[in-house]
Design a protein around this ligand. Structure first.
Ligand code: AMP
Length: 114
């Protein structure tokens, strides 16, 4: 989608601090980090949120999740722990309508989130 900011990041049309990319997914540092490590993982293919995913996306979503775990290790936060989450829709505060997972670590996380 040409007007989607995360599609533009995936296409290299907008600058971002990319930490990982392959043919299916891109991971880059959040502009407004909420933890010492705050990375966003997105599918290259546009999808509004997890609610738009279907059985056809099983491989993509499994891959994205394992890439998140790999980044957790490469960022050095796997041992102390991290949080992987996706916001879906207005009640969760989703502000960018392209599926993305937040990988947050480097500090103690509180539960439940606000
Ligand atoms: P959400 O509120 O779950 O939709 O998360 C959207 C996230 O995208 C927020 O944490 C923003 O700080 C982040 N964000 C928005 N635009 C950019 C950008 N151009 N580069 C990196 N992160 C961004």
């Amino acid at each position: 989608m040409s007007d989607c900011i995360f599609c533009q990041i995936a296409a290299g049309q907008i600058e971002s601090d990319i930490v990982y990319e392959d043919e299916l997914v891109v991971a880059f540092r959040d502009l407004n980090p909420q933890a010492p490590t705050h990375i966003l993982l997105i599918p290259r293919q546009h999808m509004g949120s997890l609610d738009a995913a279907s059985d056809e996306d099983i491989q993509l979503l499994g891959h994205l999740t394992l890439v998140a775990a790999q980044i957790g290790r490469s960022e050095g936060i796997a041992e102390d722990g991290y949080r992987l989450l996706t916001n879906v829709g207005p009640d969760a505060g989703q502000s960018v309508p392209h599926l993305h997972f937040h990988l947050l670590g480097g500090r103690v996380m509180h539960w439940p989130p606000g």
